[in-house]
Design a binder for this molecule. Structure first.
Ligand code: NDP
Length: 341
C-alpha cells in the first residue's frame, strides 16, 4: 500500500518516512527539487520502497496533479506535512499564508480529481498554533483542548510573523475540514489532523544537525551557543518529541478512533529555565556557552494556560517522551556533530 508524504525532506516528515518504511509501506514523497530527492533517497540507502516526486511549490496552481495522475490508483493514504514554518517572512501572505492554505487545498483538489475513490485516509499536519489563543497564555485558569481554535482573523494575523504563522495553520486546517464537508458525497477518504506543540528531538540524520536547524530544533541549538547572560524569560510553551509526532501520524491513519479527530500533541509545559537546567546538568563540558539557570522551571512557577489533551492521549495510548530525553537527545547530537562530546 502506498502512502504519499508531502514535504518529505522536513524535520518531522523524515521520521514519518522512516517509520512507514519500517512498517513495510511503499512511500511516495514530494520534494522541492530532484537534488533534494536524490539526497534523501541516498540517506535512506536507496530503499526501493521509497520514491520521490518534485513539487517545487505547493502554492502553485494544480501543484500535486502530476503526482496523483501518475499514482492515482496506488495512493491509499496522504500525509500532508509540507507547509512553511519559520518566522523570517517579510510578506506574510506570500511566504506563509498562501502556501499553507493553497498547498492544503491543492493536495485535496488533486485527490478529488484523480483518486476520490481510492484514497482512504488523509492526515493533515496542523499545529497547536491553530488551537491556542496567545492572548490567553498568561491566564493560569484558562484551559484549552482539541476543540479550541485560535481567534486570529485574516486582518489580525498580518501584524507579525508569529501571528501570520498562527493564521497559516488555522486557515489551512479549516480549509481541509471544509473541503471534506463540502465534498462528502464524492470523497471516500476519512481525515484526522495532528496538532503538535513545539517539537524537539534529534534530526533523523546527523548531516542535518549543523548550521541553522529547522525552526523548533533551532531553539535548543541556539540555547546551546547563547552564553550565560541569555534572557530566558520569554521562552515557555508546550513541547513534544519528533519521534512521538511521527508515531502519531501513523496511528492517525491506522486507527478507527482517530477519524474526525484533531490530535493535540503535548507532553507538557516547559520554560527556558527547564532547558537551561537540563543542558547544564547533562553537558558540563559545554558550560561557558550555555545559558545560566537563574530561576525555577515550569512546574514550580506560576502555571500558564493549560492544554488539556487527555482525549488525544487516551486515543493514541502511548506515553510521550519527557523533556529531559528530548532536550538531551537534541543537544547531544548537535554537540557530537561539532566534535564536542
Ligand atoms: P520543516 O521546515 O523541517 O519542513 C517543512 C517541509 O515543507 C519541508 O520539506 C519544506 O521543503 C516543505 N515546504 C515548505 N514550504 C513549501 C512550499 N512552498 N512548497 C513546497 N514545499 C514546501 O518543518 P517541520 O518538519 O518542523 O514542520 C512540518 C509541519 O509540521 C509543518 O506543517 C509545520 O507547520 C508543522 N508543525 C511543526 C511544529 C514544530 O515545532 N516543528 C509544531 C507544529 C506543527 P524545503 O525544506 O525544501 O523548503
Amino acid at each position: 500500500m502506498s502512502v504519499l508524504v508531502t514535504g518529505c525532506t522536513g524535520f518531522i516528515a523524515q521520521y514519518i518516512v522512516r517509520d512507514l518504511l519500517q512498517q513495510n509501506y511503499k512511500v511516495i514523497g514530494t520534494v522541492r527539487s530532484d537534488a533534494k530527492g536524490d539526497n534523501l533517497k541516498n540517506l535512506f540507502n536507496n530503499n526501493p520502497s521509497f520514491v520521490t516526486e518534485v513539487v517545487a511549490d505547493i502554492a502553485a496552481p494544480s501543484a500535486f496533479d502530476h503526482v496523483f495522475e501518475k499514482y492515482s490508483d496506488e495512493i491509499k493514504v496522504v500525509l500532508h506535512t509540507a507547509s512553511p514554518f519559520h518566522f523570517n517572512a517579510k510578506d506574510y501572505e506570500k511566504e506563509l499564508l498562501i502556501p499553507a492554505i493553497h498547498g492544503t487545498k491543492s493536495v485535496l483538489e488533486s485527490i478529488k480529481k484523480y483518486s476520490a475513490q481510492t484514497v482512504e485516509r488523509v492526515v493533515i499536519t496542523s499545529s497547536i498554533a491553530a488551537v491556542k489563543d496567545p492572548l490567553k497564555s498568561a491566564d493560569k485558569n484558562f484551559v484549552y483542548d482539541e476543540d479550541s481554535w485560535n481567534p486570529v482573523t485574516w486582518e489580525s494575523c498580518q501584524l507579525n510573523p508569529q501571528d501570520a504563522y498562527r493564521g497559516s495553520k488555522k486557515f489551512a486546517e479549516q480549509v481541509a475540514w471544509d473541503f471534506l464537508e463540502e465534498n462528502k458525497g464524492v470523497l471516500k477518504y476519512k481525515m484526522a489532523t495532528v496538532n503538535p506543540s513545539m517539537i524537539f528531538g534529534p534530526q533523523l540524520f546527523d548531516q542535518n544537525a549543523t548550521g541553522v536547524l529547522n525552526t523548533s530544533a533551532e531553539v535548543i541549538n541556539s540555547l546551546l551557543h547563547s552564553g550565560p547572560e541569555t534572557d530566558l524569560s520569554n521562552l515557555k510553551n508546550d513541547f513534544v518529541d519528533v519521534r512521538d509526532v511521527s508515531r502519531a501520524h501513523l496511528l492517525a491513519f491506522q486507527m478507527d478512533e482517530t477519524v474526525g479527530q484533531r490530535l493535540g500533541l503535548s507532553a507538557g509545559q516547559f520554560n527556558g529555565q527547564d532547558i537551561a537546567q537540563i543542558l547544564n546538568e547533562r553537558f558540563p563540558q559545554a558550560q561557558g556557552t550555555l545559558p545560566k539557570v537563574t530561576g525555577e522551571g515550569a512546574n514550580k512557577t506560576e502555571p500558564y494556560a493549560k492544554f488539556d489533551n487527555s482525549r488525544t492521549k487516551k486515543i493514541l495510548g502511548f506515553d510521550f517522551k519527557s523533556l529531559e530525553e528530548t532536550v538531551y537527545d537534541t543537544a547531544a547530537q548537535i554537540l557530537k556533530v561539532e566534535g564536542k562530546v
